[in-house]
Design a protein around this ligand. Structure first.
Ligand code: ADP
Length: 392
């Protein structure tokens, strides 16, 4: 099916916006299903249906305008979409690839059943009558609709736990062991219609308060760790019969073991560096797979790259032009601004990628990230100042 002309995208945020740029290169049109006229991809897509991503009636309408439907957002109504799929509407990835992943507890079970390494986890919090007694720290997660750390809570003691359980009464939860990881890593992997798999260089990701702040590509890891991660990615994509790009977030433990933290069934923030640093961006790669084309090369065009997210740190309607210009003046820096009309603390407003001329050490990469962040947030300022601290 190399004759796809129009791709429907469920979701119209920055991921769809970056996909739309890639669509132009491939000569395909995107139609997005997204709630608001202000969403980033709306102005760049060929057409838009304004509806929540979970509105399957809107997706049925989207299908009448497109050859195939894909996702930039997984907060969908899978049961309702299954009905559409059984009526012949083509989803790529197919819904079988999303089914075990949308609920974090089911995702953990799926990984465990596949024999892939994952943190220990529990179905229900053993509270309020803990038996055995809870040990801290532990990690509490809402089973669905978590993103950017919303719904992930690192709990240090019993009073914190009691407060959070009170707040999340009736919300299905998952409890897992806290991993005192040495580093967080991520793999962006693609699988084509005929089953070819292509994996980008593994990256190091840095989260603060559970939100991705920086990505260093490639990660400084041993060939053994790299081999282990590539094998995990292959197993997953083959078992799920994925068509498209998936992001796989991982922990590297102090003693060199790899654990899968989370699988995102779509293009991912940890792959944004590919826009400037790789021969084929993750967005083009995803569309190539979805359109039935062969996959492009994931090779890097530069020895290394640093990606920094530009997160909102205040409530504002500013376009932050001056800060963006200052960042763009850093040698080999490319600023991607999502055009969101409103800033609020923690919101992803844009990102910057800096290409490096040599495979610099970690310290140099950190310095570049700090330089960008000091321009963006101002010396000593960060978005945390305005963020609520309960359970986070
Ligand atoms: P989200 O779906 O919101 O991205 P994640 O499950 O990926 O949530 O968690 C966000 C971040 O929280 C991770 O990148 C990591 O820094 C931290 N985290 C999540 N689970 C654990 C864990 N079991 N142990 C230690 N840190 C964790």
């Amino acid at each position: 099916m190399g004759d796809v002309k129009r791709v429907g995208v469920i979701g119209g945020g920055q991921l769809a916006w970056m996909m739309a740029e890639a669509a132009k290169t491939l000569g395909v049109e995107l139609v997005v299903q997204t709630p608001s006229k202000c969403d980033p991809a709306v102005t760049i897509a060929a057409d838009a249906i304004f509806a929540p991503v979970a509105d399957a009636t809107a997706t049925a309408q989207l299908a009448t305008q497109c050859d195939v439907i894909t996702f930039e957002n997984e907060f969908v109504d899978l049961e309702a979409l299954s009905l559409l799929e059984s009526q012949g509407i083509c989803f790529r990835p197919g819904l079988q690839a999303l089914r075990p992943l949308l609920n974090k507890y089911h995702q953990r079970c799926y990984l465990r059943d596949l024999g892939l390494p994952t943190p220990n986890f529990f179905e229900l919090p053993p509270f309020p009558n803990p038996h055995p007694p809870p040990y801290f720290p532990l990690v509490l997660k809402t089973r669905r609709h978590g993103y950017d750390g919303q719904g992930t809570f690192i709990i240090k003691n019993l009073p914190e736990l009691t407060a959070i359980l009170e707040r999340l009464k009736n919300v299905p939860l998952l409890v897992e062991e806290f991993i005192p990881f040495e580093r967080e890593l991520a793999a962006i992997a693609a699988r084509s219609v005929n089953g070819d798999i292509s994996i980008y260089p593994i990256v190091e990701t840095q989260q603060e308060q559970q939100v991705c702040r920086r990505v260093f590509a490639p990660a400084e890891i041993s060939p053994a760790v790299r081999g282990q991660i590539n094998a995990i990615a292959r197993t997953l994509l083959n078992h799920l019969q994925v068509v498209g790009v998936f992001g796989i977030e991982l922990f590297l433990t102090q003693d060199g073991h790899v654990l899968v933290n989370e699988i995102a069934p779509r293009v991912h923030n940890s792959g944004h560096f590919t826009l400037d640093a790789c021969e084929t961006s993750q967005f083009e790669q995803h569309l190539r797979a979805v359109c039935g084309l062969s996959l492009g090369s994931p090779a890097m065009k530069a020895p290394a790259a640093v990606m920094v997210n530009l997160l909102g740190y205040e409530h504002s309607t500013s376009s932050y032009l001056e800060q963006r210009q200052q960042i763009a003046a850093i040698p080999h820096a490319q600023v991607h601004w999502y055009g969101k009309t409103e800033s609020r603390p923690g919101r992803k407003l844009g990102h910057v990628t800096v290409l490096l001329e040599a495979e610099e050490g970690r310290q140099e990469r950190e310095l570049i990230a700090q330089r960008i962040e000091s321009i963006w947030y101002g010396a000593g300022k960060s978005y945390y100042a305005a963020k609520p601290s309960v359970g986070q």
